[in-house]
Write a protein that binds this ligand. Sequence first.
Ligand code: NA7
Length: 545
Amino acid sequence: MSNVAERTNATEIDAVVIGSGFAGLYSVHKLRNEMGLSVQGLDNAGGVGGTWYWNRYPGARSDTEVNVYCYFFDRDLYESWEWSERYPRHTEIRAYLNHVADRYDLRRSYQFNTQVESAVWDEESSRWIISTDRGQTFAARFLIEAVGLLSATNVPEFKGQESFKGQIYHTARWPHEDVDLSGKRVAVIGTGSSGIQVISELAPVVDHLTVFQRTPQWVVPSKHRPIDPELTKRIHDDYEGYHHSVIHSTTSFGFDESQISAESVSEDERHKRFEEVYNDGGGFQYMFRAFNDVGTSMVANKAATDVIEKKIRETVKDPALAEKLIPSEIYARRPLCCDNYYESFNRDNVTLVDVKETPITEFTENGVKVGDTEYEVDVIVLATGFDAVSGNQLRIHHEGRDGLELRDKWKERTKSYLGMTINGFPNLFMVYGPMGPFTNQPPVHEFQINWIADAIKYTLESGAATIEPTAEAENQWMVTCDEGAAATLFPKVNSWINGANVPGKPVVNYFFMGGMDAYAAITDADKASNFSEHFRIERKEPAAV
Ligand code: NA7
């Protein structure tokens, strides 16, 4: 038995991958099938899917068009899988990810229902010692954390929660068995992406829906429709070119981003263009396809919200209700889209309760109390979101070099280099970790995993023990990210994007907002220089294990 195995009673492995969503599955495929490494995948879910394993609430679907909400690494996979809808439901996304797991025989590398409890760096052997809630220990040269940007749930504590006699469901921990809500009185707390989808889906089904809204958000329709055959043909005719255009864009959402600023055109033209894109549907499209300065210019931003405001007033029949649904903040959260959202509030069986001024006081035996008013319900749906970006990483105890704890390192700021590597945490790679690009995820996961694979390959081929970003590189990256974010309007509004949705979490910048194209250039340059500029590569042989 080797030294490290003897000391730690661990199973030795080249790499541990945490997570089996889009990022985890491709990581296992890349490292095991393409690079020939031994890989152990771990996930606390009961099967593959990542966030889609858990998000099964009524109406749950991707609001990214499916032609870019999938893998690109295998053209045959891309072309042979037939999606049925432009914005796929959670069931279809899970079916796709299960198909991928089968097609590349990935399941045999995974152990599900397994929570990683800790990852501790062992200096002597240059290994990560990874412990699970099942009492297992792995000693891995490389640790890949594909734990999800939006996966760790944010569950507020409401006074009296335990006294409520009905059921309480969080959207991102929805039961696997069918939950029949027809004929029920249902409360929905939260009006973000998940809330608006669940509200629109449940309104026609339930007996009564009471929506508890703290902050209204700008919602445009998704204009759900079948996949455009023209677009499919265009992609098939120039697959490589299309993929290249996705990576070398700002947001990687696969549509033509505008090159024109709203400020440069007349008010009439602005209005006309926003109407046009609004009528075609899609939140990211509305923010990035109409003009290129909605996220940076107050003039453009106001022009964008003027059109949505007008639509809300046209749609919602009761003017007082429309007023309550119109946000007072600028358009600088993650943009939302959903069909029939505002229409739902015209229904007799839907009530909107504003909990901005008077927050929810408590849950009672029979429902939800706000001030002196009690709303009696059978079921409460918490659409209260996620401890985003860093939440899942911080739920694992990490100890890097010299006993440095990640929770301490990230107490004030979640620091990283490129959103993939952390100073003091050698051979640890995150997919879409903090300070990564603010984009559509699946194609960017693939891009990052390819980069990570190259970094691992370089480390192995050069006979090195470890690769780790320098403190200077990390600090400089933080400055780059912060300067980029400061040039946008996003820091002006509180949401999960800046950590403001979780009490006690640092309200800071968590993203590189300079666009995917720029990010690709920066990461490619590191690769081209053999990681020489921003990384410390220890060229000693790892200690005998
Ligand atoms: P979000 O977008 O974080 O939305 C959570 C919602 O829950 C939001 O409306 C919150 O209001 C509301 N909330 C949270 N806590 C409370 C309390 N205590 N009382 C009342 N209302 C509350 O999460 P989603 O799941 O909808 O979407 C997250 C991302 O997942 C989404 O952007 C996609 O990328 C996928 P607030 O705005 O904080 O006032």
